[in-house]
Design a protein around this ligand. Structure first.
Ligand code: AHR
Length: 344
């Protein structure tokens, strides 16, 4: 049942990006100089000069809210080292104003490229315009912005969160295809206003509406953290006596909810069926113990692609506006098999 694992590009993006990556980020190679020259001689000269010096990247991370985020941070830091890119790193503690401050600092410091994973989707146009006016390219990674002006960033590398929500919904629809009675679902949402929370909710809702027996009876944010997941699940259990399914937008909230369910004297994975998103090691452990029934993977190992994209952008190459990460889905049985191979 295990589907594919790892990061690859979707078909159309793949051709363009692979072509772009083909010359590597090293502008000293003849092929890369040729590629730049094909753009225009002056662009080539600027691009070569930029790519010859050590690249400095300012990276504004969301925070350290989950196991997924820790794995993502490590991937970015390790990949920067491997790629010979100097990384300036900041942790926004899940606050948009902190991220905006960091981006402004990176602009003042005249870094070569800025990358960030936006805490929430809205409210980025002003600071992105400031970066553009300063001539600093921006790469979005993991989460999207809702800016209409897509010239404000070079590319967005990350998962398709709507599709993740759909995958979760399809599993629930299939599991309850013969249900004659209402199936009560509670939902632990990610950070309010964030792309993964918005999209995972939308994708799941779109699919489960095909079966009127599937009802979301409560839905609240657990901020992507274990502590908040537990707290909100305790409130759900208090208010609703007959919860059949929990859909958690990430593993950490599901793990917190599992504690709440066990403390309430119920069996997670049996009395309450649990679906979550991410596929971090702790999530896999819970799934292999039968406490999480289905995990939709969200791959945090985006660092390698990000560093390559930075080199390509600074070499004057055009990247596809969207680079989608490919991911799998795992039942408890799959998780048991896959656990020893899980890297994060
Ligand atoms: O943006 C990705 C999401 O952010 C992950 O699913 C979640 O665990 C993290 O906090």
């Amino acid at each position: 049942m295990k589907k594919s694992l790892g990061v690859v590009l979707v078909a159309s993006a793949m051709m363009m990006f692979t072509a772009a990556c083909g010359n590597s980020g090293d502008s000293k190679t003849a092929s890369s100089t040729t590629a730049a020259a094909a753009v225009s001689p002056s662009t080539a000269a600027v691009a070569t000069a930029k790519a010859d010096k050590k690249i400095t990247m300012g990276f504004a991370q969301v925070g350290a809210e989950s196991g997924w985020r820790s794995a993502n941070t490590k991937s970015v830091q390790d990949s920067a080292k491997e790629a010979g890119i100097e990384l300036k790193f900041s942790d926004a503690q899940q606050k948009q104003e902190n991220q905006i401050k960091s981006i402004r600092t990176y602009i003042q410091q005249k870094v070569d490229v800025i990358a960030f994973s936006p805490v929430v989707e809205s409210g980025w146009d002003t600071v992105l315009k400031e970066a553009k006016d300063a001539g600093i390219p921006v790469i979005l990674t993991d989460r999207a912005v809702d800016s209409k002006d897509t010239s404000l960033y070079k590319t967005f590398i990350g998962s398709d969160f709507v599709e993740e929500g759909r995958s979760a919904g399809k599993w629930v629809v299939d599991k309850y295809k013969d249900a004659k009675e209402t199936v009560n679902i509670v939902e632990l949402q990610g950070t309010t206003g964030s792309a993964p929370a918005n999209d995972r909710k939308a994708g799941f809702g779109e699919i489960i509406k095909s079966n009127p027996n599937l009802k979301i009876i409560a839905s609240q944010t657990g901020d992507f953290t274990r502590a908040k997941g537990k707290e909100v699940m305790q409130a759900f259990l208090k208010a609703n006596k007959n919860i059949n399914v929990l859909y958690a937008h990430n593993d950490d909230m599901a793990l917190g909810a599992i504690q709440a369910i066990e403390e309430a004297g119920l069996k997670p994975g049996k009395d309450i069926i649990i679906i979550s998103v991410d596929g971090v090691k702790d999530g896999f452990v819970a799934a292999s113990e039968g406490k999480i029934n289905f995990i939709v993977e969200c791959n945090p190992l985006l660092g390698g692609q990000l560093m390559q994209a930075a080199k390509d952008v600074l070499s004057g190459k055009e990247l596809p506006k969207r680079i989608v990460t490919k991911e799998g889905v795992f039942t408890s049985e799959d998780a048991k098999r896959e656990l020893p191979n899980r890297q994060y």
